[in-house]
Structure formats: structure tokens, C-alpha cells
Design a protein. Structure first.
Length: 305
């Protein structure tokens, strides 16, 4: 009897975070052997996990750890989004990527960077550091998938809707009254289910696709922007928790709540994703919000690191 071919192998950086967990799950569902690196070493089901600090580990250790995994693909789902200063943002989002790329060497495994649509205008520290990291990845022949606002199971409390979900879940347990105070939320934004985003990552890593994507960037999108206030109202209805929404006007220069991305890629985003990846988003906002709510009322939001 002939032996079956070994499973393709992927290394996910930030495998215990919100996006990383879903990326790992999507690869596992396709039969890949999944390795994960996190600062804490926290394990996820089915993932072979190592505690590796991308910023502080010695270069020789990074190279040795990468050689030990011998991965076909490296996906970077790590980085800082909220709650840190610009120096830590730069270390987590830019320096870490540079160090891993240097340790991989050229040529190395296919490196897939999960970027952000905030990179297009780079008006914040997050946007600037993510843009710098993406430029390094593209120069090294990797692939950048830029993500819009994400929703779904485990949406972190650092995001606006994740925070509202946690607030509603607390009220459901305690019976307390809820008032959601937010900026006027009539703008339309692009939202993508994190599980759809994870499927796009798997598509980008597929051997039949990876070669055509080296050195290229691609914006992921649904092509169906939605009003943020509509999502807020829908989440409240899904929760069944009576809640009052108090809107206020933004102060001059005040940023959108929870880092909501108002900078979207061009309309070619969904078209290019379909052409190059054979991928399109399949989940509607109601399914994404229901996943957010069910996770918030069971195990609570997933960690972001």
C-alpha cells in the first residue's frame, strides 16, 4: 500500500488571537498541519504551538524555530491594534515582521501578511506601521491581504461592536439596564466575517494560487458596505436585551469608535479576490453578529494577542 502524501504545513503567527484562531481552524478543516506561535504559548485545539516572542527572541532562535517547523506557508496574524503606544505598535506590527522575514531568508516559505485597509491613508500609528510592514513583505516576495472591519465569533472588546456585545452580555446575566453611548454612526463601512477572511487566507496559501500572489497585495471586501448604526441595532435585536442608544456628535478630530475603518479599498477588491483567489464572502452581517453574540454569552470574547 502506498503512503499518502504528507499534509501541507502552515505556521500561523499570533495563532491564539481573534483572527489567528479562525485562520488556524480554516487550515485544519482543509487538512493542513498547523503550527502556531504566540507570546504566551497558549494552545488551540489541533494546533502545534510554541511560545515565541517575535519582537524579543534572539535572531538565531527565530531562525532555528522556523527551520524546525519547515513550513510551506507562514501567515502573520499577529500584531497590535488597540491600547498600546506608537513605539509598541511599531515593534509589534513592523519590527516583528522584519525580524521574521530576515530569519526566513530568501527564498523562504510563502509569507502571507494580514494587513489592513487603514494602510491606504496611514493616518494613524496603526495604519502607518501596518503599511510599513506590508511594504517589507511585498519587497520580499510575500503576499498582503488587507482586511476591513471584521465581525464574528470572538470579536474583541477593543472594537466598537465587540464592546457593545460584551456590554449586552453582561446585562443579560445581571438584568442591569443598558445605555450604549456612541458617536453618530450613520456612515457606511465595509465589514467582513472573520471566518470568510480566514477562508481567503487558506485560498491564498493554496499551491495553485500562491505562485501568482507572490509580491502582490489584495484588498478583501464584500462590496456591500453597511451603516454602522444598522449593525448596532441588529446586534441589540439579536441579543434580546432592552437597550437605549445615545448618540453624540464627534469632537473635532475625534477618531471613529473602536478603530472602525473608514478607509476602504477600491471597488475592484471583491472582483480581484474572486479572480485571483476563487474566493468571495458568503456570510451576511446577521450571521456575523449572531456569532459575536453567541461567543460573548458563552466563553466571552477571544483574546487579541
Amino acid at each position: 500500500m502506498s503512503r499518502s502524501a504528507p499534509a501541507a504545513r502552515v505556521l500561523v503567527l499570533g495563532s491564539s488571537g481573534f483572527v489567528g484562531r479562525h485562520v488556524c481552524a480554516a487550515f485544519l478543516a482543509r487538512g493542513w498541519e498547523v503550527h502556531g506561535w504566540t507570546r504566551s504559548g497558549r494552545e488551540e485545539p489541533g494546533v502545534i504551538t510554541r511560545a515565541v516572542d517575535l519582537v524579543r527572541a534572539e535572531p538565531a532562535r527565530l531562525a532555528a524555530e522556523l527551520a524546525a517547523v519547515a513550513s510551506d506557508t507562514v501567515v502573520n496574524a499577529a500584531g497590535a491594534v488597540w491600547g498600546v503606544d506608537e513605539a509598541e505598535m511599531a515593534a509589534s506590527n513592523e519590527t516583528a515582521v522584519s525580524r521574521v522575514l530576515a530569519a526566513l531568508g530568501v527564498p523562504g516559505a510563502h509569507f502571507v501578511q494580514l494587513g489592513s485597509v487603514h494602510e491606504h491613508r496611514a493616518a494613524t500609528a496603526y495604519g502607518r506601521t501596518k503599511a510599513a510592514a506590508s511594504a517589507r513583505v511585498l519587497a520580499a516576495g510575500g503576499t498582503v491581504l488587507r482586511l476591513p472591519n471584521l465581525l464574528g465569533p470572538g470579536t474583541p472588546e477593543g472594537s466598537f461592536l465587540g464592546r457593545v456585545g460584551a456590554q449586552l452580555a453582561h446585562a443579560a446575566r445581571t438584568g442591569e439596564e443598558v445605555t450604549v453611548t456612541a458617536l453618530a454612526l450613520r456612515e457606511r463601512r465595509e465589514f467582513l466575517d472573520v471566518r470568510d477572511a480566514a477562508e481567503a487566507v487558506v485560498a491564498a496559501a493554496h499551491p495553485a494560487t500562491a505562485g501568482t500572489l507572490r509580491g502582490r497585495s489584495l484588498d478583501l471586501a464584500t462590496g456591500r458596505p453597511v451603516e454602522v448604526r444598522h449593525l448596532l441595532d441588529l446586534l441589540i435585536r439579536i441579543s434580546g436585551v432592552p437597550a437605549r442608544v445615545a448618540e453624540r456628535l464627534p469632537a473635532p478630530g475625534e477618531a471613529p469608535p473602536g478603530g472602525l475603518a473608514g478607509v476602504e479599498g477600491g471597488p475592484a477588491g471583491p472582483v480581484e479576490a474572486a479572480r485571483l483567489l476563487g474566493w468571495h464572502a458568503v456570510r451576511e452581517p446577521r450571521e456575523s453578529l449572531r456569532g459575536l453574540w453567541e461567543a460573548a454569552t458563552s466563553t466571552g470574547p477571544l483574546a487579541t494577542g
